[in-house]
Design a protein around this ligand. Structure first.
Ligand SMILES: CC/C=C\C/C=C\C/C=C\C/C=C\C/C=C\C/C=C\CC/C=C/C(=O)SCCNC(=O)CCNC(=O)[C@H](O)C(C)(C)COP(=O)(O)OP(=O)(O)OC[C@H]1O[C@@H](n2cnc3c(N)ncnc32)[C@H](O)[C@@H]1OP(=O)(O)O
Ligand SMILES: Cc1cc2nc3c(=O)[nH]c(=O)nc-3n(C[C@H](O)[C@H](O)[C@H](O)COP(=O)(O)OP(=O)(O)OC[C@H]3O[C@@H](n4cnc5c(N)ncnc54)[C@H](O)[C@@H]3O)c2cc1C
Length: 645
């Protein structure tokens, strides 16, 4: 099963080898539990481990393999980030996709060797979503052949970029490019921020950390201001866009080619989110198979809480989602790598499809992941609320994904634009022009779903029902938009009046894609035992997901109430059927205890002993009497006693 999760036996066994290797190297382990450290201590500890990784990486992984590096980072550095997180996630991808060969020779090679540390500085205090209205300006000075970077007002300060505050000495900065008074929109520049020897900020640069956040606090998200700061013309990233010495602008083959670093993260983060969801579910499912509370049969001992149908309903659909997301994530990464290669040859035809797909997936997956993690926390009762579970930290990190790389409700609208165009083709009788991701929009629905008409309906019946729902909502939302426009609204106003419905269409389209990705994967499985378990999980998934969106199919009679009853019964049947395999389904992700960092979710199941040992190690228990008691509480109690006398 691990080979299914990690797209092949080769990587699944490499993960095991890497974990086994690290188990023998205590210097790579957390020196104490992360929840017991201050933010400063965590940053120091993370930098220590980062240095070790840099020194010994070649002994443990193949550094050219992104997935091996990702696993090494998960084990050693964990999810709370590290001082070079953005270096790998965005700085290097931006240079790879946007710097010319010559620029790559100069900077990418140094970045890969970790001679310099970089980040991606785009968001500002005043603008994150609307990139066309960024306020940092890069004005071209033809005389000196330099760009002058400037922060004209407080809202133009870069704000949020990860590792900008303290760790990075370079950044790919996004600024509005002005040449001879003309605004050429957001462009990307390579910008030195700090002296390479002293690490002091360079003259003209104001820089610092933005302070603690909900989570992800090892990362020094930062602010940055420029005071007429000059960089050479050749620091504009020029793989696709160019500015000649005389200020002539050479257009790229696609207007949004500069957005590639965002598309990179959106493509990879689907898998990252699946993994964080699986972390929380591993903890909660293991704990639920140890925790005993209450009885189902009063003549029998107390049961494991995992025997309760409510507990299964709380956890198992999310287990199915974690599998669905990791399968969809693998497809997304494949498409991203393909588009990256095609863009290299000048073929930008798939950029819009990739953008639409990743915009929808990042939004739906991050939202459902956060919901699933929070349910996993509650499934652990009081102990879930303790940082010993580590689930609150996992939630905090994962839920950041709802905001970064494009706020979810904004990104759903990006997919909606694509869907509306596709709906327009359908309306114009040009369905043959629809791309493969939206071809279903042009097909005709059956008059009703066939879901309960055969003893065991195939997945095709479910897919058809999801298609019917997504198609109906897309065409309806587009119709609403076109209707407002016909009545005289501008497109923008009409769009705003239709966005709730348009975003619903985007979610339904994306949920259909996720179901289809799951079906595709299960169909590929050869081993019959594995296929049976995954088929059960997929059956749980399709029934759970369909119930969640059934209103759309009930309102036009595509599904009847008796079919709905059937779907509910199927759901309950598969909850019970999956129960014996539940722990194996989470164990199959093969997370080591070091990677999980959860006292509650350890493989040995000794929850109570482990919790007690953890509590005893809490810094507050170093002494029996805290200074705060000596200083305040004792005098308070003493004066209360004295006044009583
Ligand atoms: C994971 C396990 C396996 C292996 C691991 C291996 C490697 C590990 C690698 C990665 C790590 C994995 C996971 C990462 C985990 C964590 C990440 C950590 C930290 C994250 C740090 C966060 C960073 C950031 O947040 S950076 C800042 C991000 N900011 C945004 O996203 C801003 C959002 N806004 C926008 O993108 C844009 O403004 C917009 C909303 C898209 C609008 O743009 P604009 O106004 O310019 O355009 P229009 O709306 O007018 O649209 C015009 C037109 O263009 C199309 N368009 C827009 N964007 C794109 C695009 N990118 N590509 C193609 N086309 C695009 C748009 O759809 C319109 O088209 P139409 O006119 O045809 O409709
Ligand atoms: C953990 C974390 C890490 C980050 N790392 C980086 C980084 O490394 N580099 C970087 O550059 N940035 C980074 N960011 C910034 C991040 O990309 C932005 O916060 C994000 O893109 C959202 O933009 P915003 O903050 O301007 O939100 P806003 O756009 O102000 O959103 C506020 C609200 O307005 C709504 N809204 C906005 N526009 C529209 C619209 N057109 N239609 C409907 N509703 C709308 C949103 O849906 C939301 O509800 C990070 C953020 C976080 C939380």
């Amino acid at each position: 099963m691990a080979a299914q999760i990690y797209s092949g036996e080769k990587y699944a066994s490499r993960r095991r080898e890497i974990s086994a290797n690290l188990a023998k190297r205590p210097e790579f382990h957390d020196s104490k539990p992360l929840p017991f450290m201050t933010r400063e201590e965590k940053i120091l500890e993370s930098s220590r481990k980062l240095t070790l990784i840099s020194k010994h990486m070649n002994e443990i992984i193949d550094p050219s393999d992104k997935r091996e590096l990702y696993h090494l980072n998960c084990e050693v550095l964990g999810i709370e980030g590290n001082p070079m997180a953005l270096h790998g996630d965005m700085f290097i991808p931006a240079l790879t996709a946007q710097a010319s060969d010559e620029q790559q020779e100069k900077w990418l090679s140094r970045a890969l060797r970790r001679e310099i540390i970089g980040t991606y500085a785009q968001t500002e205090l005043g603008h994150g979503t609307n990139l066309r209205k960024l306020e940092t300006i890069a004005t071209y000075d033809v005389d000196t052949q330099e760009f002058v970077l400037h922060t004209p007002q407080i809202t133009a300060l870069k704000w949020w970029p990860g590792n900008l505050g303290k760790s990075s000495n370079y950044a790919v900065v996004v600024a509005l490019m002005i040449i001879k008074g003309k605004n050429y929109g957001p462009q990307t520049f390579m910008v030195p921020l700090r002296d390479e020897k002293t690490h002091q900020p360079l003259k003209g640069i104001t820089i610092g950390d933005i302070g603690p956040k909900l989570a992800y606090n090892i990362v020094d998200n930062g602010f940055l201001g420029f005071d007429h700061y000059r960089i050479p013309r050749t620091n504009l990233l020029m793989r696709h866009t160019r500015v000649e010495p005389d200020g002539t602008f050479v257009k790229p083959p696609h207007a949004k080619i500069n957005y590639s670093a965002m598309v990179h993260v959106r493509s990879y983060m689907i898998t990252g989110q699946a993994i964080m969801l699986a972390y929380a579910l591993t903890i909660a499912t293991r704990y639920s198979s140890v925790r005993r509370q209450g009885q189902i049969d009063t003549t029998q001992p107390e049961v494991k809480v995992l025997e309760y149908q409510t507990q299964q309903h709380r956890l198992f659909p999310s287990i199915a989602r974690a599998y669905a997301f990791v399968f969809a994530g693998a497809e997304t990464v494949r498409l991203y790598e393909r588009v990256l290669q095609e863009v290299e040859t000048g073929n930008v035809s798939l950029m819009a499809d990739l953008h639409a797909l990743t915009s929808g997936l990042k939004s739906v997956v991050t939202h459902q992941t956060a919901q699933g993690i929070e349910q996993a926390r509650m499934a652990c009762g009081g102990h879930g609320y303790s940082q010993a579970s580590y689930i609150s930290e996992i939630f905090g990190v994962a839920v950041g994904g709802c905001t970064y790389e494009g706020e979810n409700l904004v990104m759903l609208q990006q997919l909606a634009r694509y869907l509306v165009k596709s709906a327009g083709l359908v309306q114009a009788g040009q369905s043959s022009k629809l791309g493969p991701l939206v071809a279903y929009l042009g097909a005709k629905s059956d008059s009703t779903s066939l879901i309960d008409r055969t003893p065991t309906p195939g997945f095709a019946e479910y897919v058809k029902t999801f298609q019917h729902i997504a198609r109906k909502q897309t065409l309806k939302a587009a119709q609403k938009l076109f209707g407002f426009m016909e009545k005289g609204d501008t497109r923008e106003v009409a769009w705003n009046k239709s966005t709730v419905e348009l975003n619903r269409a985007s979610r339904l389209h994306t949920r259909l894609y996720i179901v289809e990705a799951f079906v595709r994967r299960v169909e590929e499985v050869a081993d019959p035992r594995l296929k049976e378990v995954l088929t059960d999980l997929l059956r749980l998934h399709v029934n759970y997901e369909l119930l969640d969106v059934a209103a759309y199919a009930l309102e036009d009679g595509f599904l009847s109430s008796s079919q709905l009853d059937y779907i509910r019964e199927q759901l309950y049947f598969y909850l019970a059927k999956i129960r014996p395999n539940a722990v194996s389904l989470v164990d199959s992700w093969e997370f080591s205890d070091r990677e999980l960092r959860s006292v509650l979710g350890r493989r040995d199941g000794n929850v109570y002993e482990n919790l007690f040992a953890w509590a005893k190690a809490s810094p507050l228990n170093k002494t029996d009497v805290l200074p705060s008691v000596d200083k305040y509480l004792k005098p308070l109690m003493e004066s209360a006693r004295a006044s009583k006398l």
